[in-house]
Design a binder for this molecule. Structure first.
Ligand code: C5P
Length: 282
């Protein structure tokens, strides 16, 4: 049996630069995987079988099944797999949980099925499953551009603790992207500058998120969560991806836990997580 971690993703910066003819948006984003993770267990089997600890996600529509079927087709594989997913990353939260499960499936099955697939080949399949999946194949810290398919990894791992805070509702990524207008678009320079500063070894800081004001227009409760995080943690905070999870830097795990306890008392889901390399070769 193979057991694989599927790490959550946060955006240290995310700028939407344009709407594309295919309906998606071009981005410039600094993405980071963090230690909060789902677990995927894979066993060889004849058919593709799937079960999930979260009953709402225990369907054939799950991205784990989609990724497995696409990979099987692309590499003309005869075998199947028995996949068991244990969820911890909240759903529709801006943390790319489903995309990370799909990336873990591609990594795991390429080993289980002995595909000898290189990153480029897996990346082609990953793109078809979702925009964040190519980054999540390798994880770590990266400058991600295009729709999400161009991934430039940072060579030196970062060491940083974060508090993640999510209000008790989910958000449709498509709806948030769909509500952006040209006034929300930017040239991506702030995200590129953040990546350049991380390359120079400067301390981690947060950039900007083009989707944050869009999210706040659609969901005023998301702004309240952001303001609560800012009042509890006296450091900059920002929405991750299309939200509604808010991320904030913290100095240590202990500091993060104190803030997380306080935010939990206000009714939020919270997690304290550190920046995370994938740590598993493809
Ligand atoms: O690629 P994925 O299925 O994860 O994206 C979910 C939705 O988010 C898309 O249907 C699209 O509406 C929006 N999106 C976008 N541009 C991106 C990524 C996502 O418009 N680069």
């Amino acid at each position: 049996m193979l057991e694989i971690n599927a790490f959550a993703k946060i955006n240290l910066s995310l700028q939407v630069t344009a709407k594309r003819p295919d309906g998606y948006h071009d981005l410039v984003s600094v993405m980071q995987t963090v230690s909060l993770a789902d677990t995927l267990r894979l066993r060889p089997s004849r058919e593709i079988a799937f079960r999930c600890s979260d009953r709402d996600l225990d369907t054939r529509e799950n991205l784990v099944v989609r990724a497995a079927e696409l990979l099987k087709q692309r590499f003309r594989v005869d075998e199947g797999c028995d996949a068991h997913l244990i969820k911890r990353i909240p759903v529709a939260a801006g943390l790319a949980g489903g995309s990370s499960d799909a990336a873990a499936t591609l990594r795991g099955l390429s080993r289980l099925w002995d595909l000898h697939a290189d990153l480029r080949e897996l990346c082609d399949v990953a793109q078809e499953v979702g925009s964040d999946v190519p980054f999540l194949l390798e994880g770590g810290t990266a400058l991600v551009t295009g729709r999400g398919e161009t991934v430039l990894p940072l060579q030196t791992p970062l060491r940083q603790w974060y508090v993640l805070t999510k209000p008790p509702f989910s958000v449709s990524t498509a709806r948030v992207f769909g509500a952006t207008t040209s006034s929300d678009w930017a040239d991506g320079e702030e995200s590129r500058a953040l990546f350049a500063s991380l390359r120079r070894g400067e301390p981690v800081h947060l950039g900007v998120n083009s989707l944050q004001p869009v999210l706040f227009r659609l969901h005023p409760a998301a702004r309240r969560c952001y303001e609560d995080v800012c009042s509890v943690i006296a450091r900059p905070a920002m929405v991750s991806g299309s939200g509604p999870t808010v991320i904030a830097l913290c100095a240590s795990r202990a500091d993060g836990e104190v803030a997380a306890d306080e935010l939990r008392k206000k009714g939020y889901w919270t997690a304290v997580a550190h920046s995370q390399e994938q740590g598993e070769s493809i």
